[in-house]
Ligand binder design. Structure first.
Ligand SMILES: Nc1nc2c(ncn2[C@@H]2O[C@H](COP(=O)(O)OP(=O)(O)OP(=O)(O)O)[C@@H](O)[C@H]2O)c(=O)[nH]1
Ligand SMILES: [Mg+2]
Length: 307
């Protein structure tokens, strides 16, 4: 009997910062690949998440939120997103329905006009608004004529996500898997580990620090027995005041970050973890080619930081 035709391709998750792209990817994969926080500009690279089933392979491209870039770091972030948008077989725009639409959304709609493949709109965070408020939103996007489907979802709770997933599968091109079906992602464990540390920094600093921190891996040592891994990393602060916030009173904040990160990493790596975190002052690191290159080193992406 001839084997059934398989489908395989990429779906780019695009949107403004904080729209819920990473939450959606993790939910659809049923695994945490991307870190999530309530601060905008959490995702800084193009992240690959792979969903393999008998019917084929769906490869998600989670992207940084599209915004007006003010630093070299941000220009690279936005470039990762626009490249994913152009390369993907399907583009899914996520819109946070709790936010008013504005110039940023109009810019995204303009970008979407350049896309040749199917465009899907996911109106996210419907758990936070009353249903009738969605209707004018749906009508507005419908009138643009850009979208094959407009689906209200809650990436956090999962509402509407099954339907969204079938919408993707139906539109995927025919073809063989792009990646080994055993893989969940293509990023190295080390990159995913330092991202998890950065997530704890974002969570623990809440309203006090915006998105100006980065985590650099200094050393990663595994014991030959494999039971323990020693991770040495630096948290970068742009200004002395930020360094103080990160360290906290008598080191309380950095200690809390370290404890939360170590617990998370032990579960993730399934090993005992010794974690050494240092806070380093690195003024203007968002403009520094050297720092940005170092940050990119672990991601294992083909992209280069902007020269
Ligand atoms: N109430 C609610 N919150 C959500 C939903 N989806 C995501 N969030 C929250 O929105 C915030 C941002 O989520 P992320 O997944 O990090 O958003 P993102 O689009 O990846 O953001 P960037 O990477 O910064 O561009 C987090 O606090 C999420 O928990 C949702 O469906 N409902
Ligand atoms: Mg994200």
């Amino acid at each position: 009997m001839p084997s059934k035709v398989k489908r395989s391709g990429t779906v780019a998750l695009i949107g403004r910062p904080n729209a819920g792209k990473s939450t959606l990817m993790n939910h659809l994969l049923e695994e945490k690949v991307a870190i999530v926080s309530d601060k905008p500009q959490t995702t800084r690279h193009r992240l690959v998440g792979i969903l393999s089933e008998d019917r084929g392979q769906l490869v998600f491209l989670d992207t940084p939120g599209i915004h007006k870039p003010a630093h070299r770091l941000n220009r690279t972030m936005v470039r990762h997103a626009t490249e994913a948008l152009r390369e993907a077989d399907i583009v899914c725009l996520l819109v946070d329905v709790t936010e008013r639409s504005g110039a940023g959304d109009r810019f995204l709609l303009e970008l979407l006009k350049q896309v040749e493949g199917p465009r899907i709109l996911a109106l996210n965070k419907i758990d936070r608004v009353a249903k009738p408020t969605l209707l004018p939103r749906i009508a507005f996007y419908d009138e643009t004529g850009l979208f094959e489907e407009i689906l209200p979802i809650s990436a956090r709770r999962g509402d509407g996500c099954d339907l969204l997933l079938s919408t993707f599968w139906e539109r995927l091109p025919e073809g063989e898997a792009l990646y080994d079906p055993e893989l969940l992602t293509i990023h190295p464990e080390r990159f995913l580990a330092i991202e998890r540390i950065r997530e704890k920094v974002l969570i623990q600093t809440r309203g006090e620090l915006p998105f100006t921190t980065a985590v650099l891996l200094d050393r990663w040592e595994e014991e030959p027995s494999g039971g323990l891994v020693r991770i040495y990393a630096s948290i970068l602060a742009e200004r002395p005041g930020q360094k103080k916030i990160l360290i906290g009173k008598q080191g309380s904040r950095i200690k809390a970050i370290g404890t939360a990160a170590r617990k998370d990493l032990e579960e993730f790596l399934e090993k005992r973890v010794y974690l050494d975190l240092q806070v380093k002052l690195e003024p203007d690191w968002r403009e520094s080619r050297k720092v940005l290159r170092e940050l990119d080193r672990e991601v294992d992406l083909a992209f280069e930081t902007e020269e």
